[in-house]
Each structure stands twice: as structure tokens, then as C-alpha cells.
Design a protein around this ligand. Structure first.
Ligand code: NAD
Length: 423
């Protein structure tokens, strides 16, 4: 914490230390008053619920769920619901804070939240999953709503879980409320483009970044870690735009071909074999080798903490597009900035998902559904504007994109608090 920051109130139980570490990162360029720090250092509301569910075996088991609403100065809170056996409140606080930051950065009228249930989805049946989801909704329905808090899919939750949330919420309210949740199938009020929105939003900012760097890249070589929803779609979009995807990996390992990998054929191969390994005309590389391989653009799209102090110095890419959440440690971020590598931070790079969630919410509220072209046009405008806002701060302050993005978002949240008379 900045030495000259005087704290008025400090609650060690509820303070989000991880959020404070994120803020520490911007102190050099953004001086915050003690009142502003106090306002940002813990969530506005935190809920923990404990509820029984009848299991297939006939026994009744108790489950624990959480919901954290970090800041709602800019609008109703928005954030995913994840199911995980090691879900913890501190981690959720940080993720809710980052949702508030992300929404402010791309200038959509939402605050930030996150929640979930402590459960291992691999160890329960489909029926148990549905009953657990519906029981959680009954416990939190009072704090949810299209103008209060709007959930979305996250780790180990999907469209099907969102439909159960929608259905249970509508049963409780006794009317249709499609804007209560996003990430729905198109038939129940979902939006065009949503399934590829995170990857596409990332590609839009990457193309803006390529225009700003001095060195022109002809046929840039791209290495992508991860071949799931985000990595696969990013690879497909870039391949169709004519980029050379030189290396790609999944949890089983990676493959490389400097002349480019045919992503459409690789998708078929993965469908048939369950892995990217063994794809014709490629050599096998490890995930560690992929990160430091010769490439112009590196896209981590799998796990957090992949680039740390041990491998950052060996990175060859000129641009890193963080599609995964927190793939780079704070230490590595500093090192990469010193090396002159442009890191497009996760809060900007992967914000396309929440932007299209916002479009879904607008369409639901207006009962007016947009064509694909309109979603694409508005997503591109929103992402490229956020990139320009961030890049302008970088140029003025000579700081990294991460610091610039955080600074823009924190200022925007505090401005909203000031307008409301809360500061
Ligand atoms: N899905 C979204 O809309 C979205 C939005 C924002 C951020 N993210 C972030 O993007 C990342 C990926 O999300 P996703 O939805 O694609 O997940 P996913 O589960 O669909 O895919 C994850 C991929 O990572 C691969 N993987 C796992 N361990 C690996 C390892 N050690 N090395 C290389 N690859 C490995 C898996 O094989 C899989 O291909 C996560 O960090 C997620 O938080 C996703």
C-alpha cells in the first residue's frame, strides 16, 4: 500500500487484499484519497447462503453458495456464477472487483459482481445439478434482478444452467423476466455473436494494437495457449482473417508449424481425437515451449499465472493478448513492460463477453432482437473505443496498458460515486 496513504477505516476481515494489490499497481499515476481507498477496498454487499438439496441417493445434502456485489455506482451489478469445489469468498471478491473494472473500462452501464456454489460438477448427476441451481436461485432471488444484479455463465456453468436460473427466477416472480440473466440460448432471448464474443472482442483490440506499433508485421506469426471456447474461436477468427497460427496447445500439449496450422482441419482433428496432438505436418512442443516460442503475437487463452518471473525474460512475442484471466503475474507484467512488449491486459482483451452480455440485456428489456451485423458493429465500436481510451493514457503517462486500463476504470467508478454524492 502507498506509504503516504492514510486509512480512515480498515477492516481486516472484509478488505479485499487482492483488489488492493491491483490498485497498488496504479498508485504511481493515480493518487487516491483515503476516502476513495476506503470506498474501493471492500465489496458493497456480500451474501452467503446455506441450503439443502435432495440427492439421487435419497439423502439430503447441505450446499454453500456466495454472491459478491462489489460496486454498483455505474449500474446494476453484473458477473458470472461459477461452480467449483474450492470456491472461496476472497477469490470471488477479487473477481467481482475486476468485473466492476472491466465494465467501467468498456463503458457499459454495469457494476461488478461474482458468485457461485461450492460443488464439484464432475461428481453429481444432471438432475442434482439442476436441483442445486434452482435451490441457489431461491436463496438469492431477492438480491437478483434486471436492475439489481444480473448473473452470467462462468467456470463450470453454461447455457443450460442459465436457463434453469431464468426459469426458477420467473417462477418466483410469476412473470417473464428475460433480462434477469445473460448467456441464454437464442431461442430464450440470447444474443447473436455471444458464443464467440470474448474471442472476437480480443481480435478487435489486437487489430487496433497492430496499427499502433512502430514495427510493421507482415503475416504475423501467432502462438495460442488453449483450444477451448476462447482459444479455439480466437484461432478460427484469426485464421479466417489470414493470420498464420504457428503454434497452439491444449491440456495435452502443443503443436507447431511455422508456415501456419489449418485451424478448421485442427478443429475436426480435436473433435475426433480429443487433443491437438498428432495433427499432420506439425511438431510437438510442450506448453512451456509454446509460451517462449518464436512468434509475433502470443495469446494465453487457458489458465492464470502462465507467464511469471521464470519465463517472462524468454518471451519473444512483441504483443501479448491476454484472453485468459490473469495469465501474467504482477512481477512478470513489470518485466514485460521493461522489455518493451505490449501486453493487452485481460480486463480489456477479454471484455467482449460482457459487452455482448450487455447487448443481450438491452435486447431483453426492449423485446427487440438485433441482427448479427448490428451486434458485430456495436461490439467493434465498444472494444476499439476502449482500446483508444487506454492507449491514449499509455501515450500521455508513458505507462503500461494494464496501468492505463485500471486507471481509466477506477477514475470512471469514482466519478460515478462523486456524481451520486457518495464522495
Ligand atoms: N469463455 C469466456 O467467455 C471467457 C470470458 C472471459 C475470460 N475467459 C477466460 O479465458 C480462459 C479460457 O476460458 P474458456 O472458456 O476457453 O475455457 P475452456 O474450458 O473452454 O478451455 C480451456 C482450454 O485450456 C486448455 N488447457 C487446460 N490446461 C492447459 C495447459 N496447462 N496448457 C494449455 N492449455 C490448457 C484446455 O485443454 C482447453 O482447451 C479462462 O482463463 C477464462 O477465465 C473466458
Amino acid at each position: 500500500m502507498q506509504n503516504n496513504i492514510e486509512r480512515i477505516h480498515f477492516d481486516s476481515m472484509n478488505t479485499c487484499n487482492m483488489c488492493m494489490m491491483e490498485l497498488e499497481n496504479v498508485y504511481e499515476t493515480l493518487v487516491l484519497s483515503p476516502e476513495e481507498i476506503d470506498l474501493l477496498d471492500m465489496p458493497k454487499r456480500t451474501f452467503t447462503v446455506h441450503f439443502p438439496v435432495h440427492m439421487d441417493s435419497g439423502e439430503t445434502k447441505m450446499f454453500i453458495g456466495h454472491r459478491v456485489q462489489y460496486n454498483d455506482a455505474r449500474g446494476p451489478t453484473k458477473g458470472g456464477i461459477r461452480y467449483h469445489p474450492e470456491l472461496d469468498l476472497d477469490g470471488l471478491k477479487n473477481l467481482a472487483f475486476l468485473m466492476a473494472i472491466k465494465c467501467a473500462l468498456v463503458n457499459i452501464p454495469f457494476g461488478g459482481s461474482k458468485g457461485g456454489i461450492i460443488v464439484d460438477t464432475k461428481k453429481i448427476s444432471r438432475g442434482e445439478l439442476e436441483r442445486i441451481t434452482r435451490a441457489y436461485v431461491r436463496e438469492v432471488s431477492d438480491i437478483m434482478g434486471p436492475f439489481k444484479d444480473i448473473p452470467a455463465p462462468d467456470a463450470y456453468t453454461d447455457e443450460r444452467v442459465m436457463v434453469w436460473i431464468l426459469d426458477e427466477f420467473e417462477r418466483i416472480r410469476g412473470r417473464h423476466v428475460p433480462a434477469i440473466v445473460t448467456g441464454k440460448p437464442i431461442e430464450l432471448g440470447g444474443s447473436q455473436v455471444r458464443r464467440i464474443s470474448t474471442a472476437l472482442g480480443g481480435v478487435y483490440v489486437l487489430e487496433e494494437a497492430l496499427q499502433t506499433i512502430e514495427q510493421e508485421m507482415r503475416s504475423p506469426c501467432v502462438a495460442i495457449q488453449g483450444f477451448g471456447n476462447v482459444g479455439r474461436n480466437a484461432a478460427k477468427i484469426l485464421h479466417e482473417k489470414g493470420y498464420r497460427i504457428c503454434a497452439i496447445s491444449d491440456s495435452s500439449g502443443g503443436i507447431r508449424n511455422v508456415n501456419g496450422i489449418d485451424i478448421l482441419k485442427l478443429m475436426e482433428h480435436k473433435e475426433q481425437t480429443g487433443s491437438v496432438l498428432g495433427f499432420p505436418d506439425t511438431t510437438e512442443i510442450s506448453n512451456e515451449e509454446l509460451l517462449v516460442s518464436d512468434c509475433d503475437i502470443l495469446i494465453p487463452a487457458a489458465l492464470s499465472k502462465q507467464i511469471g518471473k521464470d519465463n517472462a525474460a524468454d518471451i519473444k512475442a512483441k504483443i501479448i493478448l491476454e484472453l485468459a484471466n490473469a495469465p501474467t503475474t504482477l512481477e512478470a507484467s513489470r518485466l514485460l513492460a521493461e522489455m518493451g512488449i505490449m501486453v493487452i491486459p485481460d480486463i480489456l482483451a477479454n471484455a467482449g463477453g460482457v459487452v455482448v452480455s450487455y447487448f443481450e440485456w438491452i435486447q431483453n428489456l426492449n423485446q427487440d432482437y438485433w441482427k448479427e451485423e448490428k451486434v458485430l458493429e456495436r461490439l467493434k465500436y465498444t472494444m476499439t473505443t476502449a482500446f483508444a481510451n487506454t492507449h491514449n493514457i499509455c501515450a500521455d503517462e508513458k505507462c503500461s496498458m494494464r496501468k492505463a486500463a485500471l486507471q481509466f476504470a477506477v477514475r470512471s467508478i469514482l466519478h460515478a460515486e462523486r456524481l451520486r454524492g457518495n464522495l
